[in-house]
Design a protein around this ligand. Structure first.
Ligand code: CP
Length: 638
């Protein structure tokens, strides 16, 4: 059997502990001057498409120390990759020269793709912004040796959490070992949502707000999250519409940091120039003079680029060079572990990919290997079913979430634009392997699928009623807002954004004040609030909401999930003084504890019914109206 290590999830907790035991034994053997021969006769190939000092040299040193040999391309630009050879072909060919392949690549999911083509085990030495599992082994090994145990430790991770692959693997492993995690991101470089959700779902981690004084020593104006194993703070941060930071902080318990794990800014992975951040976390001797940091270890995967002052290098709490040194014994241990699995018929200890789909749409992550190279495996996504009927796809290569747009039934050859009430069908079709997921209606039609029909439509509000409701919402917002200079109106794309614009226009008519309007494209995976009109303003700076009163606008609220996602975008954009929610229609059926502050019309509906707000800006008929209709049972329509 080929035992690949592509992500930290590929190693069970007891296997990680076994690797640590072996690493300690390796250290002792090397200290005694022994010359281990555990890998005599074996060859390891290293393929590094990105620069590396620690990972590459410690892997190669580890193999030599074990009595094995190493083959390598000194620079992938001097290999046939420079002539356009695919990673798949390179992995296939090189695996016929070696017993083990160690790969670093700039694309997320590259190690997984290589493992599908290699005839020998593949170890991921870092793939894009995705994972760096062997760095995590070095980190945990060093931390455990310094503190005795990992369980119950409180570890802060700071810096570029969005693109830092080391922390993506690290927090998942810390969660497995029962540590508390404090997240100290740089603004705009927060953990991706898919990662926080996987911590919540797989490990029961819930977020709380950390007290500013607990992280004050690290940086000014950071809002830190404190993640703890299941405690009764479910979703509190993200779903309180009128979230009261003061109250949240008042309830926050003091934190004692056992370790601070700093990371550098991943400038080479910037998606645009606008992503450059001016301020970055930096710790120096003064930071570490803070009495609260007396027993805090300072960690870094290295290389550092100014986040840690060199004056701290001699401080006994600084253990980053020990992490780097651990690379040799830990990777010696891992190499022996992986080589020993050869020929064993057992499955990996950690079952992966439950509910894998046979096909799916394109991954939405532009850096995913599946967007860059032909993928032969049909297993590209896992269907992720959330409590309450929400579902999305998770890319098996890069872990990014992909929204489900259009679902079809292979047997009946019908398709339907996916809506939450259709969850039952999605689930049933996935189970009987008839589910097909499309990127778009066009793709479904091109595949020869026909649409299911919708039931008859009934008008609920006409143009005059829609206008009256929007004016009523405007007046209610004005009545609650003393200082218009502080007000920002943020609409959820698409209809919510147009309603937001109209509310701002009404305020101008009534008060002569120009209110800033922002747009959040929840369904487009928004990370920031764009200035009105949203899509056409790329390059413009995002809307600032820190210390402002934000009124979030949507056309219809139902389960509350869309609102929750928009609120988390607002939260990540700054710290508003207050956030309120205004909706034209409240349908009921809430799955999250969200209560709109302002409601145009309460319209209780059945789960199979759909409410659509048609606005003159969006509809060719040039008239506003709200309609309700039922989704037809696809089985009946088939
Ligand atoms: N920590 C780490 O991965 O370092 P290198 O990039 O030097 O391998």
């Amino acid at each position: 059997m080929k035992r690949h290590v592509l992500a930290i999830a590929d190693l069970a907790t007891d296997e990680i502990e076994e690797i640590f035991r072996r690493a300690e034994a390796m250290e002792a053997r090397l200290a005694r001057g022994e010359r281990p021969s555990d890998a005599t006769g074996a060859i390891m190939a290293t393929l590094f498409y990105e620069p590396s000092t620690r990972t590459r040299l410690s892997f190669e040193a580890a193999m030599w120390r074990l009595g094995g040999a190493v083959i390598s391309a000194s620079d992938m630009k001097s290999s046939s990759a420079a002539k356009g050879e695919t990673l798949a072909d390179t992995a296939k060919v090189v695996s016929s020269y070696a017993d083990l392949l160690v790969l670093r690549h700039f694309w997320d999911g590259a190690a997984r793709l290589a493992s599908e083509h290699a005839d020998v085990p593949v170890i991921n030495a870092g793939d894009g912004s995705h994972e760096h599992p062997t760095q995590t082994l070095c980190d945990l090994y060093t931390l455990k040796r310094a503190k005795g145990s990992l369980k119950g430790l409180t570890v802060a991770v700071g810096g570029d959490l969005k693109r830092g692959r080391t922390v993506h693997s690290l927090v998942r492993a810390l969660a497995r070992f029962g540590a508390n995690i404090v997240i100290v991101p740089v603004r705009g470089l927060e953990f991706p949502r898919w990662l926080l959700e996987s911590l919540a779902e797989q490990h029961g981690y819930t977020p709380r707000v950390a007290r500013p004084e607990d992280v004050r020593a690290l940086a000014h104006d950071v809002h830190a999250l404190y993640l703890t194993p299941a405690k009764p703070h479910q979703l509190a941060l993200f779903t309180d519409v009128e979230f009261d930071l003061g109250a949240g902080l008042a309830n926050a318990e003091p934190i004692t940091l056992d370790a601070l794990y700093m990371t550098r800014q991943q400038r080479e992975r910037r998606e645009s120039d606008g992503e450059e951040t001016g301020e970055y976390l930096r710790v120096d001797a003064q930071t570490f003079q803070d009495p609260s940091m007396r027993n805090t270890l300072l960690m870094h995967p290295l290389p550092r680029t100014g986040e840690i002052a060199a004056t701290l290098d001699r401080d006994p709490r600084s253990i980053y060079f020990r992490q780097a040194a651990a690379g040799v014994p830990v990777r010696m241990a891992l190499i022996t572990f992986v080589l020993e699995q050869r020929g064993r018929g057992t499955q990996p200890a950690v079952p992966r990919d439950p509910g894998v789909l046979r096909a799916g749409p394109l991954c939405g992550n532009p850096n995913c290997i599946t967007r860059r190279e032909e993928v032969v495996s049909e297993q590209r996504f896992r269907l992720h079913r959330e409590a309450g009927g929400r579902a999305h796809l998770v890319c098996l290569y890069c872990d990014h979430e992909v929204r489900i747009q259009v679902i079809g039934n292979r047997k009946s050859k019908h398709f339907h634009v996916y809506e939450e009430p259709m969850y039952g069908y999605l689930d049933a079709w996935a189970r009987d392997a008839t589910l097909q997921i499309f990127d778009s209606v066009k793709q479904a039609e091109e595949a020869g699928f026909k649409p299911y029909k919708l039931g008859p439509q009934k008008s609920i509000m006409d143009a005059a009623q829609v206008d009256a409701s929007i004016r009523t919402l405007t007046e209610a917002i004005l009545a609650d807002t003393r200082e218009l200079n502080d007000l920002v109106i943020v609409g959820i794309k698409t209809a919510g954004a147009f309603i937001a614009r109209r509310i701002a226009d009404h305020i101008r008519e009534l008060r002569g004040a120009e209110i800033e309007v922002g747009v959040i494209d929840v369904h487009g995976g928004a990370h920031s609030i764009r200035p009105w009109p949203g899509g056409d303003t790329e390059g413009a700076p995002p809307v600032e909401v820190a210390e402002k009163v934000v009124v979030l606008i949507d056309d219809v609220i139902n389960t509350g999930w869309t609102t929750k996602e928009a609120l988390s975008v607002i939260w990540r954009s700054g710290r508003p003084r207050a956030a309120r929610l205004a909706v034209l229609i409240d349908r009921g059926h809430r799955q999250l504890p969200i209560k709109p502050t302002y409601v145009g019309k309460h319209l209780p509906t059945a789960p199979f019914e759909r409410v659509r707000v048609r606005l003159r800006e969006l509809d060719r008929e040039h008239k506003d109206k709200v309609v309700i209709y039922s989704t037809v049972d696809p089985k009946a329509a088939a």
